[in-house]
Design a protein around this ligand. Structure first.
Ligand SMILES: Cc1cc2nc3c(=O)[nH]c(=O)nc-3n(C[C@H](O)[C@H](O)[C@H](O)COP(=O)(O)O)c2cc1C
Length: 255
């Protein structure tokens, strides 16, 4: 197993995989890493759909356009989950407040699912596997994907994780310098634009010269382009179709 520093500091997203299944012992370690994730209140407000069925992966690829889903050995979909507590509460005659219909409830489920995904990713990468997070599984056709996976009310998709043996070793993408990421004892806005200009230039050079396919993308314009696409995602409509959202919070604010 790789040590933790190498696992984290040499990490890159891997989008091409060997046709090689993942050994049962490795899968078990990934699932144990997921199960021991920290969660808000120990509420474990998440569930994972583990997909290794090839026809199902291909259908998900058709819906999302993300090729990694069909070529990876295992595709994990991390969901926020308030269905579990409601099942037992109903049995025990306990009232569950409509937390899943508040902004904090949405954040709690999203954070729990995301931390579980991170634990899975770190364990998988330490075991020599490659991973790629797939946000498109939440945004491209979430209603269709949820129906296909029989997701009950009170659950919603947060993110997918493709896992498999790497067929590529991409260059590490340059990230922002420490002063842009870590602010000591409060946010420091001085020199931020100047530092970001340097980063923008750094990533443009990387994109023009990296291994594999190159692009002319900078950072700022490229990311703004993603936001331009993202503002059309109808995530609240999707959450509401799963019985979640911010309806309770809106009603309380009006009252
Ligand atoms: C929440 C999340 C969602 C992502 N969704 C996708 C995706 O749908 N498709 C994809 O190819 N990469 C996706 N990525 C991978 C990012 O593009 C990648 O992490 C970023 O470009 C930085 O590259 P690196 O991971 O190699 O450092 C996602 C990453 C995160 C954290």
């Amino acid at each position: 197993m790789k040590d933790i520093a190498t696992t984290l500091l040499k990490r890159t997203s891997v989008r091409r995989y060997e046709r090689q299944p993942i050994e049962a012992e490795k899968l078990q370690l990934i699932y144990e890493a997921i199960a021991n994730s920290p969660t808000s209140y120990n509420g474990q407000q998440y569930s994972v759909i583990a997909i290794d069925d090839q026809p199902l992966k291909e259908k998900l690829y058709e819906l999302t356009g993300q090729k990694q889903i069909k070529t990876c050995a295992l595709f994990l979909i991390f969901c926020a989950d308030y269905h579990k507590i409601e099942c037992l509460a109903r049995e025990k005659g306990i009232d569950v407040p409509p937390f899943r219909d508040t902004m904090d409830g949405i954040m709690v489920g999203t954070i729990d699912a995301t931390i579980a995904m991170s634990n899975a990713r770190i364990m998988a990468e330490a075991l020599g596997l490659g991973c790629c997070c797939i946000g498109y599984v939440r945004t491209a056709a979430p209603q269709e994907v949820s129906a296909m996976l029989h997701l009950p009310q009170g659950t919603f998709i947060v993110c997918g994780l493709a896992i498999g043996y790497p067929r590529e070793q991409p260059d590490i993408k340059p990230k922002q310098d420490e002063p842009l990421l870590i602010h000591r004892n409060g946010y420091h806005d001085e020199e931020i634009t100047q530092r970001l200009q340097q980063y923008d230039e750094h990533i443009s050079v990387y994109n023009r010269t990296r291994q594999g396919s190159t692009t002319d993308n900078d950072w700022c314009g490229h990311i703004a382009g993603y936001y331009d696409e993202g503002i059309n995602n109808r995530v609240l409509t999707y959450l509401e179709s799963q019985g979640c959202g911010i309806g309770h919070e809106n009603d309380t604010n009006k009252a």
